[in-house]
Design a protein around this ligand. Structure first.
Ligand SMILES: Nc1ncnc2c1ncn2[C@@H]1O[C@H](COP(=O)(O)OP(=O)(O)O)[C@@H](O)[C@H]1O
Ligand SMILES: Cc1cn([C@H]2C[C@H](O)[C@@H](COP(=O)(O)OP(=O)(O)O)O2)c(=O)[nH]c1=O
Length: 225
């Protein structure tokens, strides 16, 4: 079969997402996953949500800016998350997958079910409507969910914020019950979709998390060849 054979399926890279609550180690893990895939010769696009394009990053700033005198309405928050996602999909994710690149994304729609669904209490059915409208059936091939008790993740986050001298963003200012609801919503999604979502215990040392992460990733890489 030659490259311009009309029967040849369009090349499609793989779409991998990392999920979990605040401070569980997603950014640290993303770097490892990207390096692992690049070492195997794949073109990898590393990106994040909300954000990933200049316009979507502007929407991210609107979402993360702490509420001043005007609180962001939960419905507006949900629509903004999907507006940023629509832009990201069209400008970055779909073109990359179409040319055969792999996309590794720090958070995607599972975060919407966890934060806007679990955390804010919005109905999953409404989120599903927007998901269908914006994604047109596209979903991650693999989602690595980093899971750990929220109190411990908060300690890591405190350490990171001190290091950066940073302020807490609008989500990081939420209360414990919000984060617990986020965690439970993530776990429920993983339970409902075990073929796509893999839960990694993230409350252990970095070396242990990373070896588990790579072992689970390698299982998929073998299955996909
Ligand atoms: N397994 C781990 N054990 C201890 N500290 C960790 C571990 N993984 C990440 N960290 C540290 O915890 C903080 C939050 O990690 P980060 O990757 O930024 O999390 P996230 O992107 O999920 O918010 C960082 O300071 C990071 O160095
Ligand atoms: C993608 C996404 C993120 N978010 C929130 C979760 C995070 O608090 C915030 C920014 O994500 P992120 O920078 O990944 O958080 P952190 O590195 O602190 O763990 O956006 C939603 O509420 N809904 C979504 O759909």
């Amino acid at each position: 079969m030659c490259n311009n054979d009309p029967d040849r399926p369009t090349p499609r890279g793989r779409f991998i997402t990392l999920e979990g609550g605040e401070g569980v180690g997603k950014s640290t893990s993303l770097a490892l996953v990207v390096e692992h895939l690049r070492a195997r010769g794949h073109e990898v696009v590393a990106t994040r949500e909300p954000g990933g394009t200049p316009r979507a990053e502007a929407m991210r700033r609107l979402l993360l800016d702490p509420d001043g005198e005007e609180t962001l309405d939960p419905d507006a928050e949900l629509l903004l998350v999907f507006a940023a996602r629509a832009q990201h999909l069209v400008r970055v994710i779909r073109p990359a997958l179409a040319r055969g690149a792999w996309v590794v994304c720090d958070r995607f729609t599972d975060a919407t079910y966890a934060y806007q669904g679990g955390g804010r209490g919005l109905e999953a059915a409404r989120i599903a409507q927007l998901e269908a409208f914006v994604q047109q059936g596209l979903e991650p091939d693999l989602t690595l969910l980093l899971d750990m008790p929220m109190a411990e993740a908060q300690q890591r986050l405190d350490g990171r914020l001190q290091g950066q001298g940073g302020e807490r963003d609008r989500f990081e200012r939420e209360h414990d019950a919000f984060f617990e609801a986020v965690r439970q919503a993530y776990l429920a999604r993983a339970e409902a979709d075990p073929g796509r979502m893999v839960v990694i215990a993230a409350g252990v040392g970095l070396a242990e998390v990373q070896s588990e992460l790579l072992a689970r990733l390698d299982e998929r890489l073998v299955a996909w060849t």
